[in-house]
Design a protein around this ligand. Structure first.
Ligand code: 9MR
Length: 747
């Protein structure tokens, strides 16, 4: 087919007069075609194919015979190289495609034509035999003369035929204005409020004076009513909002709605049942993140998959992993553990805080006034280990702990006792990619003080929690923790290289005093030894205000130590002051929650939402909940419970950030194996998976193309390409599990 026939040219001429009044950008005056011979008028040059694809002209289009039996999308492809892109410029990427038989996915990308093959834009349509036209707009995140447009058509079991025409990459088009669909203006927790808990909602409205609201039950009958409270412009969303407090209503049931200003909210329950489910689902997430073991479809219907990284081709395996060049001359078996997030990397630093919060979910159930350890007992999580008389949450935690222990530098080596920071692929891989299909070389990265202390802290915590179930493991863990502690003291300032981010995340951190404090606290709580008490009491962090708006996460771990010193019984001198520091921090978070019209205990500096802000909100709520556990004061319980509302739908985007919870929930989180958005044969993330959430940094190109200029809460998009706003991660789900378990206990 030739590009745009004469009829279209005539229309263009007519429209030109109408466009004359528009600014140049909108009229597309500078639109420049970047693809050469996208219409295949002059043969197939300069298009290339991989050697396993036979392509030629057929009826004015390019048709390719694609072999079956390849593993990855990029194992068979058609493309064109040497395209120039200008950073910040907006492009329209369009093409016509057909495929037969039906059911095959095409990964159409704009990316770097040489290693490491960065992908700046990608879509994955499923062309039909009769063919369709596709058109997308994106903004280039780079300046380059080495871009390629490619259609990756591999990864299928059976051969198929793919035809392509009118491929265009038009520069200078106006950027697409992205408008999220935010649904009804009454924002509620779409999952559930507790019958005797706080019940708050937020109304987005132009009105500045109070308005009536009504609470309706499933039958549509009004069961409560009252007046909204005008709150002015909310900083976190730039919306004019009002708040609704219907906490006086104490009934329970399903499918309530809240009506105000002519809008009806999404439905919600009043009852605790959903939190009992969420407590378990958020913990069940970890089994499907496991490396080095086949995931049983019987235990997780729809999620069964072969084991990853056990050395079965095409995996190179974690069975015998060397260091990065020049770092060490041994190899380690580092099989097992959890994949960190949507990538196949395994990181001791993030694995540490995730393990701590998971084990703390269990440890809280032993000590807190409302804790119920039976709810986390054997048989609760449908694991391969269920039935072994060990609480399932401890079985799950042990899967990671065994991996963390394997990351320790062996005796006799120069840095014996330290922990390697991470193991991951030598190069970044594309999506989708099952763990078992990852062909990359795996490498151990340099040991760091922070990783070593993550190992010391979690292994020490494990030593006290697993002791009743497995004395041998508890003592092995404590030995490793002591060894790690000694190694960290000997190498106190060996920090991760912030540029070590090829093939995996860098987790940069230039301070280990917080990890020292945390590890000392755990070692003290387990052993009671004076050397560790001395370190705790001598640390400047012991009395510092460590609970800021960005309170704790993988890089700020002092709070983990402080919270455990406050909640795990010990004879620490001055322990009452430790308790007071937690309630003082909780009071600050409560003040934030009250001043936020969306009711979350989080107001980042300059309204710059952090990477993984959802977990920050949960971790701040964790501090408030701990204040309740310590004091029994209702204000802390209510504040902690109310914090869940934001995560479950009471937010500017009207989305529940937990997959499978709420009428509209995040379900396209960035993951190489829950990549349903890219391959219909793969599942979405399992129910109970938390999305990272609003991130003002919008580091990924997809978010940049949609969200540039976004305000706070709006810096989020539920698309698999948005790794900076929509990833799933083991540390974030641990924050969810801890809080879900707390709230379930309040029911
Ligand atoms: O959650 C991490 C965030 O705090 C960091 O700023 C960011 C950059 O280092 O990395 C995030 O963690 C990612 C890690 O590097 C690689 N696996 C996926 C993690 C979640 O996005």
């Amino acid at each position: 087919m030739t590009r745009r026939g004469t009829a279209l040219l005539a229309v263009t001429a007519l429209l030109a007069a109408a466009f004359a009044a528009l600014p140049a950008a909108e009229a597309g005056a500078d639109e420049v075609e970047q693809v050469r011979n996208g219409t295949f008028d002059t043969g197939t040059e300069p298009w290339w194919t991989t050697s396993n694809v036979t392509a030629g002209l057929s009826g004015g289009q390019l048709c390719a015979d694609v072999p079956g039996g390849t593993a990855n999308r990029w194992d068979a492809a058609v493309g064109q190289n040497d395209i120039t892109l200008v950073k910040g410029e907006s492009y329209r990427f369009s093409f016509k495609a057909s495929g037969s038989p039906e059911g095959h996915v095409v990964r159409a990308i704009v990316g770097l034509q040489v290693s490491p093959y960065d992908t700046w834009y990608e879509v994955s349509p499923q062309p039909t035999p009769s063919g369709d036209g596709y058109s997308y707009t994106f903004t280039s995140p780079v300046d380059t003369a080495q871009a390629q447009v490619a259609f990756q058509v591999g990864g299928g079991a059976d051969p198929w035929r793919f035809c392509l025409d009118d491929v265009s990459l038009l520069g200078g088009v106006p950027p697409e204005v992205y408008e999220p669909d935010t649904g009804p203006r009454v924002r509620v927790n779409q999952v559930a409020y507790l019958p005797d808990g706080p019940k708050n909602a937020t109304l987005v409205t132009a009105a500045t004076t109070k308005l009536p609201w009504r609470l309706r039950n499933a039958g549509g009958r009004t069961v409560a009513h009252g007046w909204t409270v005008p709150r002015g412009t909310d900083v976190s969303s730039a919306q004019n909002v009002q708040s609704i407090d219907f906490g006086a209503y104490r009934g329970h049931g399903k499918d309530f709605t809240l009506v105000a200003d002519g809008e009806t909210s999404r439905p919600f329950d009043i009852g605790a049942g959903a939190y009992e489910r969420l407590r378990l689902d958020s913990l069940k997430y970890y089994y499907t993140q496991r490396s080095g073991i086949a995931i049983s479809d019987a235990l997780r219907p729809g999620y069964g998959r072969p084991a990853g990284h056990l050395g079965t081709a095409p995996n190179q395996g974690d069975t015998n992993v060397p260091c990065r060049p020049g770092l060490c001359d041994y190899t380690l078996d580092v099989t097992g553990g959890w994949y960190d997030a949507g990538d196949h990397g395994k990181y001791v630093v993030n694995g540490g805080i995730a393990t701590w919060e998971l084990l703390s979910t269990y440890e809280r159930s032993l000590h807190a006034r409302t804790g119920r350890s039976g709810k986390l007992g054997d048989g609760t999580l449908a694991l391969p280990e269920s039935g072994n008389k060990v609480p399932d949450v401890l079985d799950e935690g042990r899967w990671e702990l065994e991996f963390l222990l394997k990351m320790q530098v062996p005796d006799g080596q120069p840095l014996a006792g330290m922990a390697h920071s991470k193991v991951h692929d030598a190069q970044w891989t594309g999506l989708p990619l099952l763990p078992s299909d990852d062909p990359q070389k795996r490498e151990l990265h340099a040991p760091t003080t922070q990783a070593t202390l993550n190992l010391a802290a979690t292994a020490a915590q494990a030593a006290r929690l697993y002791r009743p179930y497995d004395r041998a493991f508890a003592s092995r863990a404590l030995t490793a923790a002591r060894k790690a502690w000694a190694a960290a003291l000997a190498h106190p300032e060996v920090y991760p290289d912030p540029d070590d981010g090829t093939g995996g995340g860098a987790y940069p951190d230039t301070d280990a005093t917080d990890e020292f404090y945390w590890a000392a606290a755990e070692l003290y709580l387990t052993t009671g030894e004076k050397q560790f008490a001395d370190h705790v009491l001598g640390s400047p962090l012991h009395t510092a205000d460590i609970f800021a708006s960005l309170g704790f996460d993988w890089g700020r771990t002092a709070a983990a130590g402080r919270l455990d010193l406050a909640t795990v019984p010990s004879g620490l001198p001055g322990r009452d002051k430790v308790l007071r520091s937690v309630t003082k921090a909780a009071d600050t978070y409560l003040a934030t929650l009250k001043s936020e019209p969306y009711g979350m205990p989080y107001a980042p500096d300059g309204n710059r939402y952090d990477w993984g802000s959802n977990a920050q909100i949960l971790n701040n709520a964790h501090v408030v909940a701990t204040a309740y556990d310590l004091t029994g004061a209702a204000k802390y319980r209510d504040g902690a419970v109310q914090s869940m509302d934001y995560l479950l739908g009471r937010n500017a985007l009207n989305v529940s950030y937990v997959t499978g919870y709420g009428e509209v929930s995040a379900h396209n989180e960035h993951s190489r194996w829950y990549a349903h958005e890219l391959d219909p044969a793969l599942p979405n993330p399992p129910s109970g998976t938390l999305a990272g959430g609003a991130n003002s940094g919008i580091q990924d190109p997809y978010a940049q193309s949609k969200l540039r200029g976004c305000v706070g809460q709006f810096c989020y998009i539920d698309d698999i390409q948005s790794w900076s706003t929509n990833e799933t991660a083991i540390n974030w789900n641990a924050a969810l599990a801890w809080m879900a378990s707390f709230v379930a206990d309040q029911g």
